[in-house]
Design a protein around this ligand. Structure first.
Ligand code: GAP
Length: 513
């Protein structure tokens, strides 16, 4: 655990030191759970968004993109259920004055029981060695059976109190389990209250005429309210998708773990409209397709797993998370939800406008069902960034920190480095840069010894360094250094653009989806 925390701390400080992510308004000591992306961070973030956008829209004939406004009519959030149901149960500790999600306190308690079970398994596996039969052990060992029973009865009770909105039972559960505040150690709790996660604001100049608005907590609703506009103007036939990326805002009670849980974040969402009755088939299709998208980036497959939901959001009849192994453990990265006709139906009721699809084959109108894929861009950034972060011990016993980012996502694709600041080398290097910059994000660096410059590029994940040396001036060749293997090859300057296009070919990545 200590090691995991250590790595996570290193990832956060690396992100800051190399211009990826800064605490927002840091000169005023920052703003809790709000972050700014720096000069390298914005490029990485744009590349992730672009990879998603192209794979969704450019590569799918029947998916189109939109960009809806963040401000939406207030009735939107009544129809979507966010006014009534987008709540978290919160509880305050009277001594530390810290605020917690009541359900998370109980879930953390259950996790501790699970850790105890794992400890027993590890002990037994050591004791019995090769002869250890995990299944038999866990189903017969009385200590483990007791732990399992306890965890499952707490889980059941938590599920019921959440489902029935029984906040006083949730408090009783916390008291019965003697859960203490992690900060003060005290069990002096307030009652549990519901807390709506939407940020409110006002539209209009005068207090009489202004109306109350919410900052959107998900981008999806911008798609639903435009469903008919797009279906008609795009002459879309079921099944078809509408996708968009954009900011979302949530007043999270527990905002922690760097950019994992933020109050202002970005989502990449796609709503896939299907004929009612076919939703299970499309749900399975998008589960598979989205996992393939993640795998296509070459991050080890064991970092991903599905977590099917038992407790469903207010709009879903089936839901799963693609979880990723972040430095602090497996956590949700993307959600895939079968949203039924919940949203369109409610928008139809509240707006009194028909939001139906006319099926020319059956000659009937109906409200389509929806499969949604929804991924947080910042979370994807953290997944990519933390899994790329490597500390390597080299053959000469020196250490290097390298970001082994997928080439397609790297902020800077190529660095051009003149070996010395004289003898015509900078001029030739700039000529190469001027040729490459139209197609690639290229940087130029002539400060310090070339070894240090390579390290700087490794640290931001630049896949290729082109070095211009004295031989370059004589025979018009340069070396290209590969970030991961650190091998260099000498090539003709005339072939540089073509080789870079081959090495950084986007098709290679998209073909894996
Ligand atoms: N439209 C469905 C929806 O919003 P969600 O599971 O609440 O579903 C989807 O959110 C994704 O948005 C999550 O899987 C996560 O990647 C991202 N996300 C949600 N809350 C976030 C937060 N506070 N900070 C960063 N990303 C968040």
């Amino acid at each position: 655990m200590a090691e995991k925390n250590d790595i996570f701390k290193k990832v956060i400080s690396h992100a800051k030191e190399y211009g990826f992510v800064f605490p927002s308004s840091e000169i005023y000591d920052g703003l809790n759970a709000v972050y700014d992306y720096g000069q390298n961070g914005v490029l990485l973030k744009n590349n992730i968004r672009d990879y998603w956008w192209k794979s969704m829209i450019q590569l799918n004939k029947n998916i189109v993109g939109i960009d809806a406004a963040i401000f939406m009519h207030p009735k939107t959030w009544k129809a979507s259920g966010h006014i009534d149901a987008f709540n978290d149960p919160l509880i305050d500790n009277k001594d530390s004055k810290k605020r917690y999600r009541a359900d998370v306190l109980v879930e953390d308690y259950i996790k501790k029981i699970e850790q105890k079970i794992q400890k027993e398994i590890d002990k037994a596996s050591k004791r019995f060695g090769k002869d250890f039969n995990k299944e038999q052990f866990t189903s017969t060992n009385s200590k483990i059976i007791n732990y399992k029973n306890k965890a499952s009865s707490i889980t059941n009770r938590l599920d019921i109190s959440l489902k029935e909105d029984d906040l006083s039972d949730l408090k009783s559960l916390i008291e019965e389990l003697e859960i203490a505040c992690p900060e003060s150690g005290s069990r002096n709790w307030t009652d549990v209250k519901q807390f709506n996660l939407m940020f409110g604001t006002k539209l209009g100049a005068s207090s009489e005429s202004s109306i109350d608005l919410f900052l959107r907590p998900e981008t999806a609703q911008g798609i639903f309210v435009n469903f008919l506009n797009i279906q008609k103007t795009g002459r879309m036939k079921l099944p078809f998708g509408i996708a968009q990326t954009g900011k979302a805002f949530r007043n999270e009670i527990v905002a922690r773990q760097f950019i994992f849980r933020m109050r202002e974040f970005e989502q990449m969402e796609m709503q896939y409209f299907v004929t009612p009755g076919t939703q299970k088939e499309w749900y399975d299709y998008w589960k598979k397709t989205r996992l393939k998208w993640h795998y296509s980036l070459g991050i080890a497959k064991e970092n991903y797993r599905f977590h099917d939901h038992e407790k469903l959001a207010h709009y879903a009849d089936l839901a799963t998370d693609i979880e990723f192994k972040f430095p602090f453990g497996f956590k949700e990265l993307e959600g895939i939800h079968s949203r039924t006709d919940f949203d369109l139906l409610n928008h139809e009721k509240l707006s009194s406008k028909k939001l139906q699809y006319f099926d020319t084959e059956s000659n009937q109108r109906h409200i389509p069902y929806v499969i949604e894929t929804s991924i947080g861009l910042d979370r994807m950034f953290l997944a990519v960034f933390s899994s790329a972060f490597k500390e390597e011990l080299l053959e000469d016993e020196t250490k290097r920190i390298v970001l082994k980012l997928p080439n397609i996502l790297a902020p800077i694709k190529i660095a051009v480095l003149p070996l010395l600041k004289k003898d015509g080398l900078p001029e030739l290097a700039n000529k190469i840069l001027d040729e490459l910059k139209w197609d690639f994000m290229v940087s130029y660096d002539e400060k310090d010894a070339v070894g240090r410059r390579y390290r700087r590029q490794d640290a931001i994940g630049t896949p290729y360094c082109i070095t211009v040396d004295h031989q370059s001036v004589k025979d018009y060749t340069v070396t290209i250094r590969d970030r991961d293997s650190m091998q260099q090859e000498r090539i003709s300057i005339r072939g540089v653009t073509k080789i870079m296009h081959e090495k950084l070919d986007q098709k290679k990545w998209f073909n894996k989806i």
